[in-house]
Design a protein around this ligand. Structure first.
Ligand SMILES: *Cc1c(COP(=O)(O)O)cnc(C)c1O
Length: 364
């Protein structure tokens, strides 16, 4: 059996350090907003090269709190992609704003900047690109659009921890970078967790207040906030894993490039890297017209595979009739042909050889 993601092998590699970190939290009994969160936030700010790193309870909350801190709400439109996990657009709805879905680039699967530009109107307040599958969206052009139209750039970095554009980490170009530490993400903890980055002192103060019941001083509540903190146990785990993130991401890139080589002369379309930034392969996603046959062959061989994402957001029931008029031909075509293969830092070369041999067999 080859799984989509193998969290156990990595845990066993780091077990001594992780177990010691957890044990220390249990001994200290300071479980919320303690020394581990403080050290982790400093380490994350240093690693990412951002003035402020504010942890919170999940990637979904990171997006929600960033939009709240940006003052986005009722009557505002946020331009985003429909080819993503639902949390991207859920967060827009949480603050009362309207997600405006535009189409994607068929090669990178990231938001199409020309379509973003065409969707801007007087109600537009923000652009929310997703660095999908670990490949940075076109941040230089999106940033230029935001400057020209006075819009807020909120980056969904849930899948892109460690990815860079012109040497800058994703999450440091926009006004806010929103990360997830969900266990299967490139940097994952052993529960839920999230992070918001910002260059603004005022926004950082607001985010720290929002995540902790609107409170700056204990039992003094300046605004209505939320309970959205990363806990100390998760912070202790992330402090260990952060030290290894470059090695993990390099291993993902090596596996992806090996997949590319092994599938080179087949009819599948292997992932395109636009060279604009460094792709960290949260997912390895190919396109094939024979998806059902490939999936069936992999399943029969005990190899996991997955369709990210089978239904684009503008076709989800949750977004209802509001999207009935929305047609995104590239997104719709990609959702019918995309297939993600197992990828994780510890995947073995013999696994990659076996997986690609099965795919070749299914396409013969
Ligand atoms: C995982 C993910 C999220 C949500 O993160 P959670 O930590 O699960 O709340 C948001 N956006 C994208 C693109 C994701 O992949």
């Amino acid at each position: 059996m080859i799984p989509m993601v193998d969290l156990k092998t990595q845990y066993h590699q780091l077990k001594d350090e992780i177990d010691a970190g957890i044990a220390q939290v249990l001994e200290n009994t300071q479980f919320i907003l303690g020394p581990n969160v403080q050290s982790l936030e400093q380490a994350l700010a240093d690693y990412l090269g951002t003035p402020h790193a504010i942890t919170c309870a999940s990637g979904t909350d990171a997006l929600h709190l960033a939009l709240a801190a940006a003052g986005i709400g009722e009557g505002d439109e946020v331009i985003t992609t429909a080819f993503t996990f639902i949390a991207t657009a859920e967060a827009i709805r949480y603050v009362g704003a309207v997600p405006v879905f535009v189409d994607i680039d068929p090669r990178t699967f990231n938001i199409d900047v020309a379509q973003v530009e065409a969707a801007i109107n007087e109600r537009t307040r923000a652009i929310m690109p997703v660095h999908l599958f670990g490949q940075p969206a076109d941040l230089p052009r999106l940033q230029a659009l935001c400057k020209a139209h006075d819009l807020i750039l909120v980056e969904d970095c849930a899948q892109s921890f460690g990815a860079t554009v012109n040497g800058a980490q994703t999450g440091t170009t926009g006004a806010f970078g929103c990360f997830s530490f969900f266990p299967s993400k490139n940097l994952g903890c052993y529960g839920d967790g999230g992070l918001i980055t910002t260059g603004s002192d005022a926004h950082a103060d607001q985010l720290r207040t929002l995540r902790n019941h609107g409170s700056r001083v204990r039992y003094h509540h300046d605004i209505i906030g939320y309970n959205s903190r990363l806990d100390e146990i998760q912070a202790a785990i992330l402090r260990v894993k952060l030290k290894h993130i470059d090695r993990f991401n390099q291993a993902r890139r090596r596996a992806a490039h090996r997949y590319n080589a092994l599938l080179a002369d087949t009819p599948v379309t292997t992932p395109f890297e636009d060279g604009l930034g460094m792709h960290v392969f949260h997912q390895y996603t190919l396109l094939t017209d024979r998806r059902d046959a490939v999936m069936q062959a992999l399943q029969q061989a005990g190899i996991a595979c997955a369709v990210y994402y089978p239904i684009p957001l503008h076709r989800q029931k949750a977004f209802g009739d509001g999207c009935a008029h929305v047609h995104l031909p590239v997104t719709e075509s990609v959702t019918e042909r995309c297939l993600s293969l197992p990828i994780y830092p510890e995947i073995r070369d013999e696994d990659l050889v076996r997986i690609t041999a099965i795919i070749r067999g299914a396409l013969d």
